[in-house]
Design a protein around this ligand. Structure first.
Ligand code: UDP
Length: 240
């Protein structure tokens, strides 16, 4: 866990956005994983995912407040959360400004349709190289298409760790592309699922809002977060 926490990007969102902007313009590829405590717990328990997170080409951003707090606890100053939703939004905006292309893979067919229509309206210069839902498509067939189309941005919204394992399988074959596993971001950005109101975000209670909306998340959330907090507390003691 310590190794993973030490790898998490800890500068500001603004600085991170400058990096992705530059890489998008110069066609340097990137593999971004946005981490909440659950992501890192899966990382600890799943060797394949752990190896991916440790890879040099993988950038991990602190998506959840739990990760931000954990970094502070082990003495790494961290600025703020850098979420999958915000990274997706930034990439789509920059893609629109610079006439870049995006490939969208994941979410329910009806969500994806709404999302694509919204993007066409809001970002007329953004090229949609492909859009495949996450329920009726063969993963390898979709990535074959991605390799052919060579999009500038690849957003994979299938959930952790499936989306990262899949990006990792094909990443070395891509010549360019900012690849991000974005979880439920299409649901939020399409307007199908509301993000927490600003006040929840400001008070670092977005997780509480999400559980309130989807109580079935509670078991999953509780299990991974309690274990995560225990591990982080131990690291904190060791560091003293
Ligand atoms: N999803 C998908 N295919 C599947 C399972 C899930 O496309 O077989 C999508 C789902 O519709 C949602 C996203 O993957 O848009 C996962 O969202 P969630 O909020 O659970 O992501 P996480 O918490 O893993 O970031």
């Amino acid at each position: 866990m310590k190794q993973l926490l030490e790898k998490v990007y800890n500068k500001s969102q603004r600085e991170f956005f400058e990096i992705i902007e530059d890489n998008l313009k110069s066609e340097n590829k990137m593999f971004i994983v946005t981490a909440n405590p659950e992501t890192l717990m899966i990382g600890v328990n799943n060797p394949e995912f752990h190896d991916i997170l440790k890879k040099g080409e993988v950038t991990i951003t602190p998506d959840g407040i739990g990760v931000v707090k954990a970094l502070s606890a082990i003495g790494r100053d961290v600025n703020e959360r850098i979420t999958g939703v915000d990274i997706s939004k930034k990439l789509l905006e920059e893609g629109n400004k610079n006439n870049k292309s995006v490939y969208l893979y994941g979410a329910k067919p009806e969500v994806l349709d709404i999302f694509v229509a919204k993007l066409k309206k809001d970002y007329p210069n953004l090229i949609i190289a492909g859009a495949r839902d996450g329920y009726n498509n063969d993963e390898d067939e979709v990535f074959k298409d991605i390799l052919e189309k060579q999009p500038d941005i690849v957003l994979v919204a299938l959930g952790i760790p499936r989306q990262e394992i899949l990006i990792n399988k094909y990443y070395h074959k891509l010549d360019k592309g900012i690849c991000v596993g974005v979880g439920g971001s299409f649901d939020v950005l399409s307007g199908t699922k509301k993000r927490a109101p600003e006040v929840f975000i400001k008070l670092n209670l977005e997780w509480l809002y999400r559980i309130g909306k989807e109580p079935k998340r509670f078991g999953r959330f509780y299990k991974s977060n309690v274990k995560f907090i225990k591990i982080v507390n131990k690291l904190k003691q060791e560091g003293k």
